[in-house]
Write a protein of this length. Structure first.
Ligand code: ADP
Length: 390
């Protein structure tokens, strides 16, 4: 039986999954190596999503992505000794202007992706390190890239550009948008379960540690809250979200910060963590009675509501809202705070359905359907890698 391995290498984590190849790939196991470079831990879940393993990695495996991948593969091989990996699908953050579809990772393609490192310096190198490691481990498997930017390549010019001199647009300074694999999954799920809504005007809120929203027309991305980098738009666990560029000038000129310090501030010390001074994690903030935790949650939901209005305007109206991601799928409180008082735009929530994390949480009277759908980026990658493997 042929199998597909999925790798999603982040800056300090590695998500992975083993799938049976087929028209609709079946997950045999999914896993995560967390805190690479520190006290790394490996966890594994079975096909039913139940935990099979939690393991502290020894220092030689915890040190870097190569070690983490070896540890992950050793577990997979021990549990699925007969797996025949014919394709490895990789999540690649940046596909630049040119990559709108999954593509086989030839040496030429890898060189093109390497050239995009300056556009995503914190993520692209890790993604490509995962590719190198997988090529060494599975020299006979097809290596396939799936891009977080690809779903947004359908943006019209007004949503692709900044109002800078043209030369910057030509150099690639554009609004790429991210979380594309998640939006791709949600678009496909909606097409299956509610084709009429899929054909209409939909705002998807992907709310996890990273958070963004996407306005879709007939299942394709028209606008996204993330732009040139994964910093823009909504506040996130540790990222600032939208910022007046004048703040950057102030930090440079008045506070004397250099680029690495600003990068550290905006990517790792801002967002929910920065505002609350407590945690990046929504569960911790929801459980806290600290007023700063409350303000961080209020800022988060305020920005989501603002973007919802903006995206609805970009779409010329609204037929459905979909919540997804760890917060979107699980936090009734956040969904309530986003949707409360939105009758003017046609949103009426059924509070019982919302409290139960039901699939449909809008009331029968609501003109706009509000849904909660679990995203599955790994499945999107497994499908694409399996298809390209033939
Ligand atoms: P990532 O972007 O790393 O994939 P996730 O999509 O897993 O992140 O989302 C993680 C976020 O989801 C965390 O802030 C976590 O607290 C939040 N979350 C998970 N479950 C709940 C819950 N039951 N209530 C509120 N927030 C939750």
């Amino acid at each position: 039986m042929a199998h597909v391995l999925v790798l999603n290498a982040g800056s300090s984590s590695l998500k992975f999954g083993l799938f049976v190849k087929g028209d609709e790939p079946q997950a045999l196991a999914t896993g995560l190596v967390d805190r690479i470079g520190g006290a790394a831990q490996l966890s594994l879940r079975n096909a039913a999503g139940e935990r099979m393993l939690d393991l502290d990695l020894p220092p030689d495996q915890a040190r870097d992505h190569h070690g983490a991948l070896h540890a992950a593969l050793a577990e997979i091989e021990a549990r699925f000794p007969d797996a025949q990996v014919v394709a490895v699908g990789h999540r690649i953050v940046h596909g630049g202007r040119d990559f709108a579809d999954p593509v086989e990772l030839t040496l030429d393609v890898i060189a093109q992706l390497q050239a995009l490192v300056p556009f995503a310096p914190l993520h692209q190198p890790h993604n490509l390190a995962g590719v190198q490691a997988a090529m060494a481990e599975f020299p006979h498997a097809r290596q396939v890239a799936c891009f977080d930017t690809a779903f947004h390549r359908s943006h019209p010019f007004v949503n692709d550009t900044f109002a800078l001199p043209r030369a910057y647009y030509d150099k690639g300074v554009r609004r790429y948008g991210f979380h594309g694999l998640s939006y791709d999954y949600i678009s496909g799920a909606l097409r299956q379960m509610a084709p009429t809504l899929h054909a209409g005007r939909v705002v998807v809120a992907h709310l996890g540690n990273g958070a963004s929203m996407c306005g879709m027309l007939a299942g394709r991305s028209l606008a996204s809250t993330m732009g040139f980098s994964a910093l823009d738009g909504l506040p996130m666990g540790t990222r600032s979200g939208q910022l007046d560029p004048g703040v950057l000038l102030y930090l440079l000129e008045q506070e004397g910060m250099d680029a690495p310090e600003i990068s550290d501030l905006l990517y790792k010390r801002s967002g929910l963590l920065g505002l609350s001074g407590l945690s990046h994690d929504m569960r911790t903030l929801e459980a806290s009675d600290d007023p700063h935790a409350r303000q961080a949650i209020d800022y988060f939901t305020f920005r989501i509501r603002r973007e919802l209005g903006g995206l609805a305007a970009a779409l010329d109206g609204l037929d459905a809202v979909v919540f997804t991601g760890g917060i979107g799928e699980n936090s009734a409180r956040i969904r309530h705070a986003v949707c409360a008082g939105m009758g003017w735009i046609g949103i009426e929530i059924d509070e019982d359905a919302n409290a139960q994390n039901a699939t449909v949480i809008s009331s029968d009277l609501s003109r706009v359907r509000v849904l909660v759908l679990a995203t599955n980026e790994e499945l999107v990658i497994a499908r694409a890698a399996g298809n390209l493997a033939g």
